[in-house]
Design a protein around this ligand. Structure first.
Ligand SMILES: [Zn+2]
Length: 157
């Protein structure tokens, strides 16, 4: 069942940050301002530590193009492998923005997912789609591992 992202979002779960109102010493929430500066076409970003996004991010590799959903991210997602662990670091934000490039999503290794869009709806849609793709990817990888074990067991018949 497809869900409309806008029905899942509430005002209390969103934060509006004006880049112009930030003083030099104010640290913006997370590092999406760097993304907005690098990508004027981006008006919204979603970042969370979803279970499947976090699980897949551990591998530090891009999605395999194995499902219809994953194709949505073909040549439009990046993997950021240099996460320094300081969430509020402005330089970290610049590096993530550089890694994102002109794509719509970035897998932050050992951390979570980041998606962007021209609207909150679009960024949220991409986030939910990427999270489901990570779920499928994790499940697929498990099946591949199980099949490798099963095919390595000598037949007794
Ligand atoms: Zn985070």
């Amino acid at each position: 069942m497809e869900m409309n992202p806008s029905t899942q979002l509430h005002l209390r779960s969103m934060l509006k940050v004006s880049l112009r109102s930030l003083s030099k010493n104010q640290i913006p929430i997370y590092n999406t301002p760097a993304v907005h500066k690098a990508r004027p076409d981006v008006h919204a970003a979603c970042h969370a530590h979803s279970t499947y996004g976090k699980a897949f991010s551990v591998f530090g590799r891009p999605l395999d193009m194995i499902t219809q959903d994953s194709l949505r991210f073909y040549k439009s997602h990046a993997v950021y492998t240099d996460f320094g662990g300081v969430v509020l670091d402005r330089e970290e934000g610049r590096r993530i923005a550089k890694s994102l490039g002109d794509g719509k999503a970035c897998i932050l290794q050992n951390h979570g997912l980041l998606t962007v869009g021209k609207s909150v709806d679009e960024a949220a849609f991409w986030f939910m789609s990427l999270d489901k793709t990570c779920h499928a990817q994790c499940t697929f990888s498990t099946f591949v591992d199980i099949m490798a074990i099963l095919t390595s067991i000598p037949s007794t018949g």
